[in-house]
Design a protein around this ligand. Structure first.
Ligand SMILES: [Zn+2]
Length: 322
């Protein structure tokens, strides 16, 4: 690629926001009201190395900001990640990038000194700046997709932790004796409700002799969480058992998070949350109430995100000029 410097102007209303995920990279030109004016999206192949990804991000940053001055650039990333240096710390979905940082690569190609944040934390930041709960000082964003993680804002501050992995609520124990996640904590939330978990529980139960209508038109290796949620809707017995357990464990997790951090609201995002919320919203609330302390029992404050997949990129735009 041709490296060139992006023009920086501290009075500009525009910033570059980016989101780095295990499977794709999104870069956008964002204004201070949270409008994504230009968007670009490409596949990420982490195994090709962080240099290649950094080049692609730089290229897209140059494209979205063409002929414009920007105030700064921020990017959100799957973690764990040192949010000052950008150094990755054994990231499960970007394992080849361990101990490396995108910041010097982006600087080399564009001249921009970019800021970085953890994706769920930045999604929480976006919710209190641009979401329905704008102005909240105590908000949790819980993402349920391939994995489970949270971004936490307490008294207006992002909670990050000693080693940058605060918010790993996917590993609170909700089902002793239940399934475990890939990190080896048996009975954790992620091991029992993530998309990965829902698919692997279904496969495990089928291998152990359970029948399911899913297999009438699908192979066992093609089973994913969406199929299980869809078939639970169609009263497939196996899928119903799994989704009932998911809702029970999700209720335990949400009640535990409410009691621990006393947020004004927990915002749910991610593909599994989207799928479950369509059919089982009342059950999510009822199960959370079941396990909640009295303060939250009558009306647990749980909502779906209204920012969709833009949440973390919007959060990145907020830290861009910090
Ligand atoms: Zn775990």
């Amino acid at each position: 690629m041709i490296s060139m410097n992006v023009e920086i102007d501290s009075n500009s209303d525009l910033v570059i926001g980016a989101d780095i995920g295990g499977s794709n990279i999104r870069v956008a030109l964002v204004d201070s009201s949270g409008n994504l004016l230009v968007r670009k999206k490409i596949d990420n192949k982490p195994s090709l190395g962080i240099e290649i990804a950094g080049e692609k991000i730089s290229q897209l940053a140059l494209e979205v900001s063409k002929n414009k001055a920007i105030k700064g650039m921020g990017f959100s990333s799957a973690g764990p990640i040192n949010q000052l240096t950008g150094e990755y710390l054994n990231p499960p979905n970007l394992s080849e990038w361990n101990k490396k940082s995108l910041i010097p690569i982006i600087r080399k190609h564009t001249g921009i000194e970019s800021k970085v944040g953890h994706d769920a934390t930045l999604a929480a930041l976006a919710e209190i700046n641009f979401g329905k709960n704008k102005g909240s000082k105590n908000l949790i964003y819980l993402t349920i997709s391939t994995g489970v993680g949270a971004g936490m804002i307490s008294n207006g501050n992002m909670i990050q932790g000693e080693n940058w992995f605060a918010g790993e609520v996917g590993h609170i124990i909700v089902s002793p004796g239940g399934y475990g996640c890939s990190l080896g904590c048996p009975g954790c939330l992620e091991g029992n409700i993530s998309g990965t978990a829902i698919a692997s529980i279904a496969k495990d139960m089928i291998t152990n002799g359970h029948n399911t209508e899913i297999l009438e038109n699908n192979n066992i290796e093609d089973i994913n969480s969406k199929l299980v949620i869809d078939f639970a809707q169609k009263k497939d017995k196996l899928s119903e058992i799994i989704i009932n357990d998911v809702l029970e464990n999700l209720g335990r997790g949400l009640a535990s998070i409410l009691a621990t951090l006393n947020p004004s609201v927990i915002i749910l995002g991610g593909s599994v949350a989207e799928g479950l919320s369509k059919f089982y919203w009342n059950k999510i609330i009822a199960k959370t109430a079941k396990y909640s302390i009295p303060f939250y029992k009558s009306d647990p404050p749980i909502q779906m995100t209204t920012l969709g997949e833009d949440a973390s990129i919007l959060g990145a735009s907020i830290i861009a000029s910090s």
